[in-house]
Design a protein around this ligand. Structure first.
Ligand SMILES: Cc1cc2nc3c(=O)[nH]c(=O)nc-3n(C[C@H](O)[C@H](O)[C@H](O)COP(=O)(O)OP(=O)(O)OC[C@H]3O[C@@H](n4cnc5c(N)ncnc54)[C@H](O)[C@@H]3O)c2cc1C
Length: 435
């Protein structure tokens, strides 16, 4: 989780720090609005804090930070409309438990649940599933505190153009105080994990993506192997055949053993290709569990990450180019490359706006130089009009980004209306959204 110690805030990955002028912890919307009003009157800035799980400097500020953790209550459940309304600071983990207790669930999630719902929405956080969108497109209404401290209810009926844009606000379109999300009846997933040769997988990519509710894979650099995850809805009862084997695979191998391999690789990079061959598993594992427990993993090994959304049809070619580039450029990469898929949506700054998308994510173990590898990957993604995740490392600025989003202007107009004084600006928004 994010941390403020002795006045210094640090994100989860440990690659961003900030020394805010003050830290506020509002207990209700009135307090939140008063904090923003004061900042606007004083011509200073404020930044809402989520869980600090972004890798970019999106939360870094010399102005005041607003810790949203006390705004984390359930406001309403509307079963007829299949929606729930929650305060913006609730973590996805808490929201999952709360929904499960009501017999409900979010239809799709990313691979961790430590984020706050508003932090996840702000950066276009997504999971995988060819027919499913990222979390922001599941938002049906939200309440935001605008740059002058006024409170706005946004929905397709109230301020529709602001609502349209504010779902992925990159922290610049007001401070979200509550959000109404579309939910579905709680469901279980049958999760099958196995290994496949990358060439075969790329050949059969459409079958995999279209033939599963949630398909993703991890290519292991320096090998020809990929680990696949196929999650499908099922009515079967919860079944974890061997809890010890499950713990061994998920906690020991994916965290402790993997962490040890990464540490060794960081100390002796030339060993990485040999260590990588030990990673692919030849076996297959199957479990059935509640959807939210299948979606979210434990992440104990710290890293930095960059992720690009590209048109889905370009995925195989782009990935094979990354594979060749890693060999040709001699990058030593101990972390798998993760590949996921989503449906298009209509949110202006959603990374899947207007196009079925594939996501290619690269990672480097904490403390390892990442920039040469990430820049080489970014150069490949640029050939496919790749859009970087707003919460993950990237090197683009507003000029380049504006060309990647057809609805860029709609976002800018909403920003001008919600925050003309730039009360929510920081160096990151100046860079990626313009001043
Ligand atoms: C281990 C790990 C796994 C991850 N897995 C995935 C994944 O599967 N899929 C994916 O897409 N991403 C993933 N991410 C990225 C992550 O989902 C995003 O970076 C997300 O924004 C983090 O949420 P947060 O609550 O930590 O927000 P923060 O990082 O704290 O904040 C993100 C932005 O949201 C703004 N914000 C926060 N609260 C509010 C509010 N109330 N109103 C307005 N703005 C607000 C902040 O000011 C900031 O600009 C992962 C990150 C990590 C570290």
């Amino acid at each position: 989780m994010s941390n403020i110690r002795r006045g210094v805030w640090t994100n989860w990955a440990g690659n961003q720090t900030a020394r805010p002028s003050a830290v506020h912890r509002p207990a209700n919307e009135d307090e939140l609005s008063a904090i923003v009003s004061r900042a606007a009157n004083d011509r200073t800035t404020v930044k809402a804090l989520g869980s600090g799980h972004s890798f970019t400097a999106t939360s870094v500020t010399t102005g005041a930070m607003i810790d949203m953790s006390r705004l984390s209550r359930l406001i309403a459940v509307d079963r007829a409309a299949s929606t729930v309304t929650v305060e913006a600071g609730i973590t996805i983990a808490d929201l999952n438990l709360l929904l499960n207790g009501l017999g409900l669930a979010l239809p799709n999630l990313g691979d961790i649940a430590y984020q706050t719902i508003s932090g996840a929405i702000a950066t276009s956080t997504h999971g995988t599933g060819r027919a499913l969108t990222g979390i922001a497109a599941q938002v049906v209404a939200m309440r935001v505190v605008a740059g002058d401290g006024s409170v706005l209810d946004l929905s397709p009926e109230h301020h529709p153009t602001l609502f349209h844009a504010a779902r992925v606000g990159v922290g610049a379109l007001g401070i979200v105080s509550r959000v109404t999300l579309r939910v579905v009846p709680a469901f279980r997933l049958r999760a099958v994990e196995g290994a496949q040769r990358l060439d075969d997988l790329v050949e059969q990519l459409d079958e995999h993506v279209d033939g599963n509710d949630h398909f993703e894979f991890f290519w292991i650099p320096h090998t020809k192997w990929a680990l696949t995850k196929r999650n499908n809805r099922t009515d079967e009862p919860v079944s974890i055949p061997s809890p010890f084997k499950h713990w061994y695979a998920k906690t020991f191998m994916e965290n402790y053993a993997f962490g040890a391999v990464c540490r060794l690789g960081r100390a002796r990079p030339n060993l990485i290709p040999r260590l990588a061959t030990a990673l692919p598993s030849t076996g297959q594992s199957t479990i059935v569990d509640e959807s939210y427990r299948i979606f979210a993993s434990q992440r104990l090994v710290r890293f930095v990450e960059m992720e690009y959304a590209i048109p889905r049809e370009a995925c195989g070619e782009a990935l094979q180019r990354v594979r060749r580039m890693v060999d040709e450029r001699g990058h030593m990469v101990s972390f798998p490359v993760e590949v996921r898929f989503t449906a298009p949506d209509d949110v202006p700054l959603s990374t899947a706006s207007g196009r079925p998308s594939a996501y290619i994510a690269v990672h480097m173990y904490k403390g390892t130089p990442f920039e040469p590898y990430f820049r080489d990957v970014a150069a490949i993604m640029a050939d496919y009009d790749g859009r970087p995740h707003w919460g993950k490392m990237h090197f683009l600025g507003a000029d380049e980004l504006s060309r990647l989003y057809p609805q860029w202007e709609a976002f800018q107009q909403a920003r001008q209306r919600i925050d003309p004084m730039r009360t929510f600006a920081n160096a990151y928004t100046d860079r990626v959204l313009g001043d």
